[in-house]
Design a protein around this ligand. Sequence first.
Ligand code: C2O
Ligand code: CU
Length: 508
Amino acid sequence: MVRARLRLVAALGATLLIVGTLGWMWWSSLVPSTYSVMEMGYLDYGGGTRPPIAGHGMAGHGMTGHGMAGMSGTGHGNGGESRSVTDLDTDPDRPADVTVDLTARQQRFTLPTGEEIDGYTLNGSSPGPLITATVGELVEVHLHNASVPDGVTLHWHGVDVPNAEDGVAGVTQDAVPVGGDFTYRFVVPHAGTFWYHSHQVSHDQVVGGLLGPLVVQPRHRDTSVRDVVALAHLYGGAETVNGHAGHLQVDAEPGEQVRLRVINTDNGPLEIWSGEPLTLVATDGYDVHGPTPFTGRTVDVPAGGRADVLVAVADGGTRVQLTGDVSVVLGPDGARPPSVEQPERWLDRLHYGTPEATPLMRAKADRSFRYDIGHRLGFVDGRPGLQWSINGHLFPDLPMFVVEEGDVVRIRISNHSGDVHPMHLHGHHAVVLDRDGDAVSGSPWWVDSLDVRNGETYDIAFLADNPGIWMDHCHNLTHAAQGMVTHLMYAGVTEPFRIGGGAGNEPE
Ligand code: C2O
Ligand code: CU
């Protein structure tokens, strides 16, 4: 009798304990409806000095509560001065060299294929207009939101702009409401291929077409090479290039050289190849040093990433395949070069091109971070299930990577989550050091979007030379919306914006 009763009490106790623990896990995972990303998660100094940080300490409801309450803030951080992201901006007195007006709409539109899409446009089309500038010029973009109910922003993917121009809703600005305007002004510091997209409810708006290409030309451009942008995007599940399904025909003369600027705006990797020799001349807006032509290799373009390939137009035309479904045909009208099967071998960017002195690759790190991506059971904002974890933690209890201006920073990104993650750090380019211990032996490999496949570990380094608060997230925007979002924070930088709040900011 007594024993049976004891057993019952023990069972009840265990049940209560489990229910209580689960309840606590559920409750503590709830994300407040409005918060500053500065309060998110826990501070990670990467083994470096620990400058004081204002107003920090949030992890769901279970507020860990270290740091000071409120952010009235003067006198934190390096040198004691605090700066707001809104002050980290372009010289307001410098006149613009390139001016562009972009009007964002939520609308039904017709692709060149004739397909009707419910999505988003800029100046009535998706992709939006190509913005071109020459390196060093100041680009000024007037954004107007005509009809996007959730509000919009524009982020200049891969362009290392001042923080105030980064276009992240709730981090560097408020989402622009219907009827509202925002002016972006930034100098384009690097020649290369980039793109722009909304960073408000981006898993919906970017997928729905609120994006466009941006090309920065060098001061002395080789005009003998034809320049062609090939922006790949999935609309309603169908892959397109510049909005065209099947293939994009580009008029070119046999013998002509073409620089094809491939932009992957999707959530997954894009694979490119051709039957003609390709030369990979740039990735993520940075030139490859000493590139040589290759055949029989597939090139991976991570989600968000870009690859510029140089290819000659063959007599019967040249076809460059972007995945199996779409291609670019370079040649006279009517040219139908055959498609070729995808090569099984990959171009390994670690060993492509020739080395070039890059002090950052040898520099001693001031901070070394770990960015360990896993997949485990847990709650995120009250949702139970398998979640992406970073360094074992779940959103929003994620590391806040703290740096000081001038730091040499290393990050070891490892992935054992069962899926590929295209990792994207805003505001900086990092140089790849090695993958699984295999060091770069070719050209320096600069990235803003890096595919880290399951089982891989990359070491990358960057110089902290662009103060602000920067997103560092997975560019599979579905993953980002599920919580694969962290931030890099410069000590002493504060910000007035909030996730949620009156503007309904929701960057993912
Ligand atoms: Cu294409 Cu957070 O960015
Ligand atoms: Cu991901």
